[in-house]
Design a protein around this ligand. Structure first.
Ligand code: GLC
Ligand code: CA
Length: 547
């Protein structure tokens, strides 16, 4: 494989694996660019816009599923793992995308959905055809409980679905689906399943992908005795203490070690898992051993309220839970959660908070993942009830990117020449790419600038992090290397607040970055400076400059 990605060693940033120094950008293919005018984004659309990602300054892209699928869960219900759904293009389009990305130094990570297939996958069609079919045991079939009901109390992750079991009349048994009935769970205790899914990995690895985002890895192992869960919680561990028997079992870790061995056959590739466990000590058991996942998304962090001390506590707990040899990964949005600008925008200040959060994401120790559109500060799309598509109310986070103002090009906003499959974000008129690229004070320009700063800084890429004692509504940390020292601070309050702990004198020249482009001049009071409301700031600290 040709060497791709920016040569991180060359600027002295890091000599570890490529993904430690990388910034990864998630693309939801339905919503990036529609190249053929059917209202739905596609692979050729992405290929044609890779320079946008190069200009942004990211190192890799992660593509949410583009495989053949009936789209009951918008691609997370796969009916053929080794083909591209015609909505998105062809395998040749995929190869071209990888080739063009690599030619630009961008790596490509694809989604891999191992816990379940579509009910229309040939494996399941065979499996449900009879009790003695060759692939019956590829899925999880059980006899009815004595009262004729489902075998146990496991629930689907989607509250509207209810029970995690569906009854199959013709064969008189129930099958397990952790999500929709149209998404039957595979039986990972069957070696034939492990082999078939490993071949799926090899198929894409041979096509040149640089890694995988693993969908719900914690689900791969289930309690082998199928015990009832204590309680019916279907929110992942929200307010839930104690064991759940339908995920995070010892078998889960066995399966992940096997998956890692397959990926390691190909060298320098990445597996990052959507480990949706809202307990950082348990979540980190997926990366600490070193022979399971390389990285795990941290949903405890993603789900925090707007509270500096909660952020601080969570960040410190993560550092304490993580093995020194392991590496953090950060994301503050994805296709399953309301966008940052909306989540934190009830008072109309979502844009400012989105900038603050962007700076935080890109300056923490670890590998950041940017959800497409967050670099524009996009709010959720307004999706009227009659246009709602998703069973779990996630449409609003999945709106297409506005490339151009709607007043100029209509509702498609440069994403599509027709009306898009979901409405583009509200505010497209102002927040579109074209307008923001031309405005040096825009959120997009801000992301570009931070990514430039990050790339040139050993401390930001690889240096340790030291969290400072937080004044109320303030989060602050240092990142250092042998050559530089940064003080990075965030004022979560909507009033000015004093930042303590500044070393030496600082002046306006030491402001390497701020989320408030027109901030007043720095005012320094005895090692304290005043931060503007909702400001995030990066200050250059002079080494040895009086503590
Ligand atoms: C993951 C995906 C989500 C999907 C679910 C089932 O949580 O991110 O979109 O619905 O898995 O595959
Ligand atoms: Ca299209």
């Amino acid at each position: 494989m040709p060497k791709v990605g920016r040569p991180v060693e060359a600027d002295g940033v890091s000599s570890g694996p490529w993904w430690r120094g990388a910034v990864i950008y998630q693309i939801y293919p339905r919503s990036f660019v529609d190249s053929n005018g059917d209202g739905i984004g596609d692979l050729p659309g992405i290929s044609a816009h890779l320079d946008y990602l190069v200009d942004l300054g990211v190192d890799a892209l992660w593509l949410s599923p583009f495989y053949r699928s009936p789209m009951a869960d918008f691609g997370y219900d796969v009916s053929d793992y080794t083909d591209v759904d015609p909505i998105f293009g062809t395998l040749e389009d995929f190869d071209r995308l990888v080739e063009s990305a690599h030619a630009r130094g961008l790596r490509v990570i694809v989604d891999w959905v191992p816990n379940h297939t579509s009910e229309h996958h040939a494996w399941f069609v065979n499996s449900r055809s009879s009790r003695i079919s060759a692939q019956r045991n590829w899925y999880i079939w059980r006899d009815p409980a004595p009262d004729g009901g489902p075998p146990n109390n496991w629930q689907s992750q989607f509250p509207r679905v209810g029970s995690g079991w569906s009854f199959d009349e013709p064969t008189g048994q129930w099958y397990l689906h952790s999500y929709l009935p149209a998404q039957p769970d595979l039986n990972w205790d069957n070696p034939a399943v492990v082999e078939a899914m490993s071949d799926v990995l090899r198929f894409w690895l041979r096509r040149g992908v640089d890694g995988f985002r693993v969908d719900v890895p914690q689900r791969l192992g289930k309690d082998r005795a199928f015990r009832d869960n204590p309680g019916l919680a279907n929110e992942p561990l929200a307010g839930f203490v104690g064991r759940r028997y339908d995920e995070d079992q010892p078998a889960t870790h066995e399966h992940l070690r096997g998956i890692r061995r397959v990926v390691d056959e190909f060298g320098d590739r990445l597996i990052v898992g959507e480990v949706y466990i809202l307990d950082q000590r348990r979540m980190t058991t997926y990366v600490n051993p070193g022979d399971e996942l390389h990285l795990a998304h941290n949903f405890t962090f993603l789900r925090l309220d707007w509270d500096a001390s909660a952020f601080r506590r969570t960040l410190i707990e993560l550092e304490q839970s993580l093995d020194p040899a392991a590496w953090p990964a950060w994301c503050l949005g994805n296709h399953d959660h309301s966008r940052i600008a909306s989540r934190f925008g009830a008072d109309g200040r979502g844009q400012e908070r989105a900038r603050l959060i962007g700076l935080l994401l890109l300056t923490l120790r670890g590998t950041p993942f940017i959800y497409y559109g967050d670099e524009l500060g996009l709010p959720d799309s307004a999706v009227p009830p009659d246009l709602a598509l998703d069973i779990h109310d996630r449409d609003r986070a999945r709106g297409p990117i506005p490339w151009l103002p709607t007043s100029r090009v209509g509702l498609g906003a440069g994403f599509s020449r027709v009306v898009p499959w979901l409405p583009v974000a509200s505010n497209a008129e102002i927040l579109n790419v074209d307008a923001q690229a031309a405005d040096p004070t825009s959120t997009l320009s801000m992301y570009r600038a931070i990514l430039r700063l990050r790339r040139s800084s050993t401390a930001l890429n690889a240096g340790p992090v030291e969290y400072l004692d937080g004044a109320r509504e303030m989060l602050a940390y240092r990142r250092r290397s042998d050559f530089e020292s940064w003080l990075i601070a965030f004022n979560f309050a909507v009033e000015p607040r004093l930042l303590e702990g500044v070393q030496g004198d600082v002046s306006d020249n030491d402001v390497a970055f701020t989320t408030i482009p027109d901030r007043p001049r720095l005012r320094m009071y005895r090692r304290r400076i005043m931060l503007e409301p909702l400001e995030g700031i990066v200050l250059r600290q002079h080494q040895g400059g009086g503590a």
